[in-house]
Design a protein around this ligand. Structure first.
Ligand code: PLP
Length: 392
């Protein structure tokens, strides 16, 4: 199997697993039971992991909250800000192409009486298709806006959002900015010392770490815009009362180790992914007439370098996938592939439902090789020709 679905998840790097294993075996202490050495060493492992992550992300270690992943982080960021008892503002702004872990949270807020604005993005054909329409965002912001949630990079079309411009607008309106950076962390530089985001979510399994662990950074302490959050999970009061439950040292160590490795290798990984992704696109484009690129141009400044999203002439993405079982890729969003509806990201950039159904996503990652890409192109072209031929 050639794995080209690295936006859905990435394999855990063996070096990350090696760093985690002691915390699952002999070093089994509860990090909140610090009256003895075995608990204290687990607590210290968590502290030093948070320090590593804080240094990379440009935030204080104590502003990082460990969670089960970006879904939980997004829920906590959005619900937590909006439902805090001292929150007076009732408007939330997001975009039409966020992950369901954002869109479903704002849908629920809307049902509970909040006013939700879903800002459009630039349409297919625009050089920056998928980027937030900044004029529409400016128009939507108002004195009642509590929070704006805009992802850093998209999981289907790889578009990178202009977060620094968005942050300036949002803060001028006195609102908070949350960014779902799940597809960005470890792939492109993400530093909150440079981009002024108040809440940031991510998951370790998107940057070669373990599944089931992620984090939310929360502007706190002496930050000019202190964030107040209503916790989702209450209980023992761990993590400053914001997320009760015993922390998992192996997961935290794994998340930090994965982030450290991904960021140390970010340039070489990106160079190779860009070259492989471009080869995949040219190989497919040469053999499949009228294959179309979905989203923005392939320029690395506006799009994740491993991302390719294409629309087929005449056949559905699902049929292409079934005809090419040796290659793992996805139609629509793998994160919500239980849902048979056409991708809201693709319809959000203006594709029709039928065009969205004819589209697929590839995500090239750091373990892919040149040989794999050549084999994948051959298999994909053969699979396409077989399905297209059977329809004639
Ligand atoms: N946000 C984005 C942009 C994603 O791509 C994903 C993918 O799964 C998520 C959130 C949810 O992450 P998780 O399933 O790890 O909670």
């Amino acid at each position: 199997m050639i794995y080209l679905d690295n936006h859905a998840t990435t394999p855990c790097d063996r070096r990350v697993l090696d760093r985690m294993l002691p915390w699952l075996t002999e070093k089994f202490g509860n990090p909140h039971s610090t009256s003895h050495e075995i608990g204290r060493e687990a607590a210290q492992a968590i502290d030093s992991s948070l320090n590593v992550m804080g240094a990379i992300l440009g935030v204080a270690a104590d502003s990082i909250l460990m969670t089960s992943g970006a879904t939980e982080s997004n829920n906590l960021a959005i619900d937590g800000v909006c439902r805090h008892p001292r929150q007076k503002r009732r408007n939330v702004i997001t975009t039409t192409i966020e992950h369901p872990a954002v869109l479903d949270v704002v849908d629920r807020l809307e049902k509970d009486g909040f006013r939700v604005t879903r800002v459009p993005v630039h349409q297919q054909g625009h050089e920056s298709a998928g980027q937030v329409d900044l004029a529409a965002l400016r128009d939507a912001l108002n004195e009642d806006t509590a929070l704006v949630s805009v992802h850093w990079a998209n999981n289907e079309i790889g578009v990178i959002q202009p977060l620094d411009q968005i942050a300036a607008m949002v803060h001028e309106a006195g609102a908070l900015l949350h960014s779902d950076a799940t597809q960005a962390v470890g792939r492109i530089p993400v530093s909150l010392a440079e981009v002024d985001v108040d809440l940031l979510s991510a998951s370790a399994h998107k940057f070669y770490g373990p599944k089931g662990v992620g984090f939310l950074t929360i502007a706190s302490g002496c930050h000019p815009r202190r964030v107040r959050l209503k916790p989702l999970i209450v209980g023992g009061g761990q993590q400053r009362n914001l997320r009760s439950g015993t922390m998992a040292p192996a997961n935290v160590v794994g998340c930090a180790a994965a982030m450290e490795l991904a960021c140390a290798e970010i340039e070489s990984t990106a160079r190779e992914a860009l070259s492989l992704r471009d080869r995949l696109w040219s190989g497919l484009n040469r053999s499949i007439d009228e294959l179309r690129l979905n989203g923005s141009s392939l320029e690395p400044s506006g799009r994740l370098v491993g991302n390719l999203n294409v629309m087929l002439p005449g056949i559905e993405g699902e049929a292409w996938m079934s005809a090419t079982p040796g290659v793992a890729f996805s139609s629509g969003s793998a994160c919500s592939s239980v849902d048979a509806k056409p991708s809201h990201v693709l319809t959000g950039i203006g594709l029709s439902e039928s065009e969205a159904r004819r589209s697929v996503r590839f995500g090239v990652g750091k373990f892919n090789t040149r040989d794999e890409i050549e084999l994948a192109i051959a298999a994909l072209v053969e699979g396409f020709q077989r399905v297209a031929g059977s329809l004639q």
